[in-house]
Write a protein that binds this ligand. Structure first.
Ligand SMILES: Nc1ncnc2c1ncn2[C@@H]1O[C@H](COP(=O)(O)OP(=O)(O)OP(=O)(O)O)[C@@H](O)[C@H]1O
Length: 277
C-alpha cells in the first residue's frame, strides 16, 4: 500500500552554532489513506514542527517528505490545518467564514455559477455536520469556544482537503466540550474519509481518537515508539475505562516521563540530596 504521507529521514534544525536546536532528527513514518494518527510527547519534542512541515509551513533541511507521492514544496489545497486558536474572521458570519476560501477560489479561478452553488451546498452540509445549522448567521464573538472551533474545522474541510493537520485543536476547551469534540471529529473522519494527523498533550485524547499513537521524544526531536490502538473503529466514551485503554495510557505516560528528561533530573536531584557518610 502506498503511503498518503511518506516521511524518510526527515531533519529540521532551528538556529545555528551553540544556539542550534534539532527539532527533528531522522523521522521515518508512513501515514496511510484515511488513517487517524495522533502525536504525543514531552514539550519541545517536535510535534508541531513535524505537523507544520507536513503542512508546508516549515521547510525541512534533510530527508524526504512526500504527500500522495509528490515531494512537498509548500502549502497546498490537499492539506488543511486547524490550530488551537480558532482564527476566524470576526467581521464575517459563520457561513461566510466557512465559505471564505471557496469564494476566493471561485473569484480567482473564474469558476461558473454552478461552482458557487455547489460551494453553498457544501457549506450547508458542513454546518449541519458540525451541529451548527442554526448558527450560520451568527458572528464568531457570539459563539462559545467549542462552537468557534467547530466553525474552524468546517472552514478547513470546505475545500475537501485529503489531509487534515490538527495542532492541539481542543487544547483551549473545557473537558466536557472536548469529549463532544472527540466524538464529532471521529464522525467527521468517518464521513469525510480525510486522513488526519493530530497533535496533542493529552494522552487520553490521543488514544481515544487515534488508530495509531506516535510517541515523540525531545533533544533531539524523534519518534520513540508507535502504538497501535486496540479499540474498534466505532468508539464510545465508556471505552476510556476499558482495561486495554488504561494500560496503554499508563504505558505511554510512563514513556513520556522517561523520555522528557524529568525522571533523570529527578534521580540526579535525589543523588545530590543523599546525606554524605
Ligand atoms: N521558530 C522557531 N525558532 C527556533 N526554535 C524553534 C522554533 N520552533 C520550534 N523551535 C524549537 O524546536 C523544538 C521543537 O518545537 P515544537 O514546537 O515543534 O515542539 P512541540 O513538541 O510541539 O512542543 P510543545 O508540546 O511544547 O508545543 C523546541 O525546542 C522549540 O523550542
Amino acid at each position: 500500500m502506498n503511503a498518503k504521507i511518506s516521511i524518510r529521514g526527515l531533519t529540521k534544525t532551528f538556529g545555528e552554532g551553540a544556539a542550534a536546536v534539532q527539532a527533528l532528527a531522522g523521522i521515518d513514518l508512513d501515514i496511510f489513506d484515511n488513517e487517524f494518527v495522533t502525536f504525543v510527547g514531552a514539550s519541545g519534542c517536535g510535534k508541531s514542527t513535524l505537523l507544520r512541515t507536513i503542512g508546508g509551513l516549515e521547510w525541512h533541511d534533510g530527508g524526504e517528505l512526500a504527500v500522495s507521492g509528490h515531494s512537498v514544496a509548500g502549502p497546498g489545497a490537499d492539506r488543511a490545518m486547524v490550530f488551537q486558536h480558532y482564527s476566524l474572521y470576526p467581521w464575517l458570519s459563520v457561513m461566510d467564514n466557512i465559505k471564505w476560501c471557496r469564494r476566493l477560489k471561485v473569484h480567482t479561478a473564474e469558476r461558473t455559477m454552478s461552482d458557487v452553488e455547489a460551494a453553498s451546498g457544501r457549506a450547508d452540509a458542513l454546518l449541519r455536520l458540525m451541529g451548527l445549522a442554526h448558527a450560520g448567521d451568527a458572528y464568531p464573538n457570539q459563539l462559545s469556544g467549542g462552537m468557534q472551533q467547530r466553525v474552524a474545522i468546517a472552514r478547513a474541510l470546505m475545500p475537501k482537503p485529503e489531509i487534515l493537520l490538527m495542532d492541539e485543536p481542543f487544547g483551549a476547551l473545557d473537558a466536557q466540550t472536548r469529549e463532544v469534540m472527540h466524538d464529532l471529529i471521529r464522525h467527521v473522519h468517518k464521513i469525510e474519509k480525510t486522513t488526519i494527523a493530530f497533535v496533542t498533550h493529552d494522552v487520553e485524547e490521543a488514544i481515544y481518537l487515534g488508530n495509531r499513537v506516535v510517541l515523540m521524544a525531545p533533544r533531539p526531536g524523534r519518534i520513540a515508539q508507535i502504538y497501535d490502538v486496540p479499540l474498534p473503529a466505532q468508539r464510545d466514551q465508556d471505552m476510556k475505562h476499558a482495561p486495554e485503554f488504561l494500560a496503554l495510557k499508563k504505558e505511554i505516560l510512563a514513556r513520556i516521563r522517561e523520555t522528557s528528561g524529568m525522571k533523570t533530573d529527578f534521580e540526579l536531584l535525589e543523588k545530590l540530596n543523599q546525606p554524605t557518610s
